[in-house]
Design a protein around this ligand. Structure first.
Ligand code: HEC
Ligand code: HEC
Length: 299
């Protein structure tokens, strides 16, 4: 398509341009004729300056009409035109974007997993590589390393360093090493951390390479359950407070990635943007990029 004339702003610009061109032609013709026909004699007033006198010819009627027209148009537009029509370019843009997104989602609603992952890869390249890097490893700590997200290594890191900024009722998960040492002794700290990390992986349906989830469950019940809940779904010790802390049963799955994208994270590494605020991703695009991230992670 060579021109987008179904856009209201373009239509207005077109109409105004045509009116201006016609007006220009008329005015130029008028001026040329006037220059040819008129004589230089204009009645002069009494005020002179350096020999130049004030002309006494009246201002053209057309100028008065244009002024009155503009004033009338001004009042009409402010009190009638705008409130009734209430069109503006920003709203039209939003409307067009949301229609486009709906059509896009309609076209791809039955996309299979591979199509979603391929689509997700191109979204990732456009929206995420700037911070997370082409390989997703986070560019030497500038952003989270997505290759490790949801793995034993990452969970162990969270247990040692804590985590914050995902916007739960508990604003921050403090480092848990002291609590684990206090309850299970200093000797086997690394082992206990690996085991509870393995248990957390099991909660979201993954299998750890090193830790033993059965032993990890004991650590979880003693240390983590108070915040993450008996079932690990983040609803607190009694398991009934929504949004209390992170749901570990969906940890690093598509649901979790989408939640992070829609809420953002102001963490200790840096700020992960809030894509819902940015408003450019459609439902299917969220699913696509999440599918890409969560399969990319499965090393
Ligand atoms: C004081 C309450 C509390 C305790 C105790 C706690 N957590 Fe958390 N945990 C949280 C909160 C809150 C979050 C979300 C933090 C955020 O906003 O980034 C979280 C997040 C996490 C995450 C996800 C981090 C990420 O990168 O998204 C993991 C994994 C985790 N906790 C595991 C554990 C394990 C394992 C234990 C026990 C050893 C534990 N937590 C103990 C409150 C707690
Ligand atoms: C402006 C830089 C930036 C962009 C763009 C960005 N991220 Fe992030 N992301 C971060 C930072 C920084 C963190 C780590 C936040 C922290 O823990 O301090 C992060 C963390 C994450 C996490 C882990 C959250 C957690 O629970 O710890 C995921 C998943 C993620 N990003 C996915 C994405 C995806 C997918 C995109 C593209 C759609 C993206 N990010 C775009 C900076 C960015």
């Amino acid at each position: 398509m060579w021109a987008l004339i179904n856009d209201t702003a373009t239509q207005i610009t077109l109409v105004v341009s045509v009116i201006l061109i016609v007006a220009m032609v008329i005015i130029i013709k008028y001026v040329l004729r006037h220059m040819r026909d008129s004589s230089a004699a204009v009645p002069a007033g009494e005020h002179t300056y350096d020999g130049i006198a004030e002309g006494l010819s009246p201002t053209p009627v057309g100028m008065h009409l244009i002024m009155c027209g503009l004033v009338l148009f001004f009042f009409w537009y402010i009190f009638v035109g705008y409130p009734i029509w209430s069109w503006n370019q920003a709203d039209q843009y939003d409307e067009e974007v949301s229609t486009y997104k709906q059509n896009f989602d309609e076209t791809w609603k039955n996309a299979d997993k591979n199509t979603l992952i391929a689509m997700g890869e191109s979204i990732f390249n456009a929206k995420c590589v700037a911070c997370h890097g082409y390989t997703g490893e986070g560019q030497n700590g500038m952003a989270a390393n997505l290759l490790e997200y949801g793995t034993e290594k990452h969970i162990s890191g969270v247990i040692r360093k804590g985590s914050k900024g995902l916007g739960y009722l508990i604003p921050e998960m403090p480092p848990q090493t002291v609590a684990i040492e206090a309850m299970f002794g200093k000797e086997n700290l690394d082992g206990n951390i690996n085991n509870v990390a393995a248990y957390v992986m099991q909660l979201s349906g993954r299998t750890a390479k090193h830790g033993d989830p059965a032993s990890g469950q004991k650590v979880f019940v003693a240390v983590c359950q108070s915040c993450h809940g008996p079932e690990g779904n983040g609803k607190g010790a009694a398991g009934n407070i929504p949004n209390f802390s992170k749901d570990l049963t969906t940890y690093a799955t598509d649901v979790d990635v989408i939640r992070t994208l829609q809420l953002g994270k102001k963490g200790s590494i840096g700020t992960m943007p809030n894509f819902a605020e940015e408003g450019t991703l459609s439902e299917i695009q969220y699913r696509a990029v999440a599918a890409f991230v969560s399969t990319e992670l499965n090393e």
